[in-house]
Design a protein around this ligand. Structure first.
Ligand code: PLP
Length: 387
């Protein structure tokens, strides 16, 4: 039986493949330090767990409205209004099982053959996968280490064309930890308005900014009506397995995205949504503690990697990833990923998992304990010394 042609255009996220490879080695008795997957190692804060248990006991075990329960949509609208300093109403919010479906739904709803989509490369692999899936043309903007992994604004302007339908932003950025400045965002906003382009602003790491303030492109005049904010609970509240995220977008698009929810998931799990209300309205100390811990871990991993010959690592301003250049080791990215897994017992991801401009780099997620990060660093140092 022949698959539909569109399936040949669908990409993947290799973090899950690496996790499987690492688990297979563990099953053979090897001990692996997991620095491959972008998932906080902390438990979900207990007030959130209790809220979910209470919701289950109270019978919130049924379908909900497709765009989400009104209480959560209201809480999200309030959260985004406060943290971004903009005015959002609950009708602009669609709750989804994780933030990822917002990529899937909005790219599917807006882009098609003949459209061009500008997206960061290296970048989260699902952007390119979804652009290709819809038949639109992916237009990568290379993120260079020399530019702190920010956009080269002149190069960006050169990529915008009459065919450009969407620009995808991700700041703080996976896999580099780079953060776009207010000036960068202003220039991107200007180009988006002049060329009548939509922006998908993936702000899932908005709480994890270690220097300076988080800025959203929606803060510039005229941008709210052409921007989709993607955010969620996975990273901020260590809730990856709960599958809870959302998009905030113009109301005309929110209705279409809700219809894609009707056609796919029906709704997000009811008890996860009730837990989300508590996450946003309850105490934030646990989440703030996680951010503090990430900052400390960032310093440990950056300092450690820079002592290993052949590794050059920037100190990123956000998210929980570092993206060192490894060209000085004589290995390419894929060779380094294999070498670190097999010789050092450290699971990482090749820079090329994030696109062609990731060659020469390797991604470490430092969402792991300082102890494990130090163990990984010393094992990498030893394995490299034997090369
Ligand atoms: N956006 C980026 C840049 C990410 O790194 C991730 C997860 O790794 C997501 C979105 C999606 O997260 P989730 O679907 O768990 O909310």
């Amino acid at each position: 039986m022949k698959l539909a042609t569109r399936m040949s255009r669908l990409g993947t996220e290799t973090a899950f493949e690496m996790l499987t490879k690492a688990r297979a080695l563990e099953a053979q008795g090897r001990e692996i330090v997991h620095l491959e997957i972008g998932e906080p190692d902390f438990d979900t804060p207990s007030n959130i767990v209790e809220a979910a248990v209470k919701a289950l006991r109270e019978g919130h075990t049924h379908y909900t409205p497709s765009a989400g329960i009104p209480q959560l949509r209201e809480a999200i609208a309030e959260e985004i209004s406060t943290t971004r300093g903009i005015e959002v109403n609950p009708g602009q919010v669609v709750v989804t099982p994780g933030g990822k479906p917002i990529m899937f739904f909005t790219i599917l709803a807006l882009c098609e053959k003949g459209d061009e989509v500008i997206y960061p490369n290296p970048g989260f692999p699902i952007y390119e996968s979804m652009i290709n899936f819809t038949g639109a043309t992916p237009v990568p903007i290379p993120l260079l280490m020399e530019k702190d992994f920010r956009f080269d604004i002149e190069e960006f302007k050169g990529l915008v064309s009459p065919q450009t339908k969407m620009i995808i932003l991700n700041s703080p950025h996976n896999p580099t930890g780079g953060v776009l400045t207010r000036e960068d965002l202003e220039a991107i906003a200007k180009a988006a308005i002049e060329n009548d382009v939509m922006v998908l602003s993936d702000e899932i790491y908005s709480r994890m900014v270690y220097e300076g303030e988080f800025a959203s492109i929606t803060q510039f005049p005229g941008m709210q009506e052409r921007t989709i904010i993607l955010d969620g609970f996975s990273k901020t509240y260590s809730m990856t397995g709960w599958r809870l995220g959302y998009g905030v977008m113009p109301q005309w698009l929110a209705g279409q995205v809700a219809n894609l929810m009707v056609n796919s998931n029906s709704c997000t799990a009811a008890f996860s949504q009730w837990a989300g209300v508590d996450a946003l309205k309850g105490p934030q100390d646990e989440s703030n503690k996680m951010v503090k811990a990430f900052r400390q871990r960032r310093d440990v991993i950056v300092d450690g990697l820079n002592q290993i010959p052949g590794f050059r690592c920037l100190r990123p301003k956000g998210a929980f990833y570092v993206f060192p250049n490894i060209e000085g080791t004589g290995k390419n990215s894929q060779e380094m990923e294999d070498f670190l897994l097999n010789e050092a017992g450290v699971a990482t991801l090749s820079g090329t998992s994030f696109g062609e401009y990731g060659e020469g780099f390797i991604r470490f997620s430092y969402a792991n304990s300082v102890e494990n990060i130090q163990k990984a660093l010393s094992r990498i140092g030893e394995a490299m010394a034997k090369l």
